[in-house]
Design a protein around this ligand. Structure first.
Ligand SMILES: CC(C)(COP(=O)(O)OP(=O)(O)OC[C@H]1O[C@@H](n2cnc3c(N)ncnc32)[C@H](O)[C@@H]1OP(=O)(O)O)[C@@H](O)C(=O)NCCC(=O)NCCS
Length: 178
C-alpha cells in the first residue's frame, strides 16, 4: 500500500479508522450527485473500505483518503482503478486504468483535487508504469472535467463506461511525463 504526499495533502490508502471521515464525505448528496446520485450509508462505507483494502492487497492500487496535513481531517478521496463497461462492482482488469477524485464540499475551489490528481497520476505512470490513464464523468459534471483538463488530459468523446454514456478523457505516460 502506497501513501502519497503533496504540498497540502497526505493520500492514505483506505483504512478502518477512515470510516467517519469517508462517510461524512460520501453521505453528502451534493458530492454524490454525479457519482451514484444518492448519499452513501454508513454500512455502505464500511463495505467500501473492506473492498478497497482487498483491492490494495490484490492489485497494488485502489482508493486513497485525502487528508489535510494541517487539520488531519479527511477532506476527499481519489482512486486509481480499472474502468468497467458495465454497471457492476467488479473491476475489469482488461480495461484501462481510471483516475478519479471527490472532495468535501467545503474544500472545493482551492485546487486540492488537481493537486491530489497529480500525485495519483505520478503514481500511475512512475510506480505502476501505466501506459495511459483515463478519467470519466457525467456530461453535466463540469467541475470534474475541468480537473481532467488541468491535469493535461485530452478529450476522447462520449464513451460507454459503467453502463452509461460518460465524458471521457485520457493521457499517455509519454504526454504526461514530457
Ligand atoms: C470534482 C471536484 C473534486 C472538483 O473540485 P474543484 O474544487 O472544482 O477542483 P480543484 O480542487 O482542482 O480546484 C480548482 C479550482 O480552485 C481554484 N483555486 C482556488 N485557489 C486555488 C489554489 N490555491 N490553487 C489552485 N487552484 C485554486 C481554481 O481556480 C479552480 O477554479 P475554477 O475551476 O473556477 O478555475 C468537486 O467538484 C467534487 O468533489 N465534486 C463532487 C464529486 C464528483 O463529482 N467527483 C468526480 C466524479 S467523476
Amino acid at each position: 500500500m502506497t501513501e502519497l504526499t503533496t504540498n497540502r495533502l497526505k493520500l492514505a490508502p483506505y483504512a478502518d479508522d477512515h470510516l467517519d471521515g469517508l462517510n461524512t464525505l460520501n453521505s453528502d448528496p451534493e458530492v454524490m450527485r454525479f457519482i451514484s446520485g444518492r448519499p452513501e450509508t454508513r454500512e455502505e462505507t464500511v463495505a467500501v473500505i473492506e473492498r478497497v483494502k482487498q483491492r490494495w492487497t490484490e492489485f497494488g492500487y485502489s482508493w486513497w483518503s485525502f487528508i489535510d496535513k494541517e487539520s488531519g481531517l479527511i477532506i476527499g478521496a481519489g482512486a486509481l482503478q480499472n474502468l468497467r463497461r458495465e454497471a457492476t462492482a467488479h473491476p475489469d482488469l482488461a480495461c484501462p486504468l481510471e483516475i478519479g477524485w471527490r472532495l468535501r464540499r467545503d474544500y472545493w475551489n482551492r485546487g486540492l483535487a488537481t493537486e491530489a490528481a497529480h500525485a495519483i497520476a505520478g503514481f500511475a505512470f512512475n510506480t505502476i508504469q501505466a501506459d495511459e490513464i483515463y478519467a470519466v464523468c457525467h456530461p453535466d459534471n463540469l467541475a470534474s472535467a475541468k480537473v481532467m483538463k488541468r491535469l493535461g488530459m485530452q478529450y476522447a468523446g462520449l464513451q460507454t463506461w459503467y453502463g452509461e454514456n460518460l465524458v471521457t478523457y485520457q493521457v499517455t505516460s509519454q504526454l504526461y511525463l514530457k
